[in-house]
Write a protein that binds this ligand. Structure first.
Ligand code: FES
Length: 204
C-alpha cells in the first residue's frame, strides 16, 4: 500500500446487481417497471389531450340523459289528397314521400322520370300551379290543393300539346329518358315571363 486511499468500489446489493443485467423492460428501479411507466405515460397523454375538450363540458351536460325518441312520434302514414291532371286522388302516404314517388309508386304514373333523385337532372320536372317543379325535391303532403300537371296531362282529346308535337317533329330526343322533363320545362319557360327572366338559357 502506498498510503493513498484507494477509490471505493461501487458495491451493488445482490438485488441491484440482478436488476443491472436484466433487460430494461424488466427493471424495477424505484419500484417502477417499464410496463407500468408506459401505462402512466399514456394515461397522462390522454389527460393532456382530452383536458381542453372536457373543460368545455360541464358536469350537468355530461350527466343529462338524451331525450327519449318515441318510435311513434312520427305518424306512419297520413291521408293526402292530390289533384293531378284535373283529377283528385286520395292516398295514405308517409309524410316523407316525395311527389315524384307518390306519382310513380302510388298512382302508377310513370311519365315523370326519376333520374338523379337529387334535383340535378330535371327528369322529374312537372308543373305545380303552372310553374315547373323538381318533383324529387318536394314532399307530396305539401301539395294538397295544388294543381299538379304531369306529362300525361298535356295531350287533350288525343291531340298532343304543341310542345310535344314539336319535340316529335324536330326529333328533340337523345336517349329519351328525360324528354318528359324537358317538355315540361320548355312549356313552363315559354308560358311564364317569370321563368323567362330567371332562366337566361330560355331566351336563347
Ligand atoms: S330526378 Fe333528377 S332532378 Fe329530380
Amino acid at each position: 500500500m502506498d498510503g493513498q486511499r484507494r477509490p471505493r468500489r461501487h458495491v451493488f446489493s445482490r438485488a441491484r446487481r440482478f436488476e443491472y443485467f436484466l433487460p430494461i423492460q424488466n427493471q424495477t428501479a424505484r419500484g417502477v417497471t417499464w410496463r407500468s411507466f408506459l401505462g402512466h405515460l399514456s394515461a397522462a397523454g390522454i389527460a393532456v389531450s382530452a383536458g381542453p375538450l372536457l373543460s368545455h363540458v360541464s358536469s350537468t351536460q355530461v350527466e343529462t340523459p338524451a331525450p327519449a325518441i318515441s318510435p311513434t312520434s312520427a305518424p306512419a302514414s297520413v291521408s293526402v289528397t292530390l289533384k293531378v291532371n284535373g283529377k283528385e286522388y286520395h292516398l295514405n302516404l308517409e309524410p316523407r314521400v316525395t311527389l315524384l314517388d307518390a306519382l310513380r309508386n302510388n298512382l302508377q304514373m310513370f311519365g315523370t322520370k326519376k333520374g338523379c333523385d337529387h334535383g340535378q337532372c330535371g327528369a322529374c320536372t312537372l308543373h305545380v300551379n303552372g310553374r315547373r317543379v323538381n318533383s324529387c325535391l318536394t314532399f307530396a303532403i305539401m301539395h294538397q290543393g295544388d294543381e299538379i300537371t304531369t306529362i300525361e296531362g298535356l295531350a287533350q282529346n288525343g291531340k298532343l300539346h304543341p310542345m310535344q308535337a314539336a319535340f316529335v317533329e324536330y326529333d328533340g330526343f337523345q336517349c329519351g329518358y328525360c324528354t318528359s322533363g324537358q317538355i315540361m320545362s320548355a312549356i313552363a319557360c315559354s308560358k311564364s315571363p317569370a321563368e323567362m327572366t330567371t332562366t337566361p338559357y330560355a331566351s336563347a
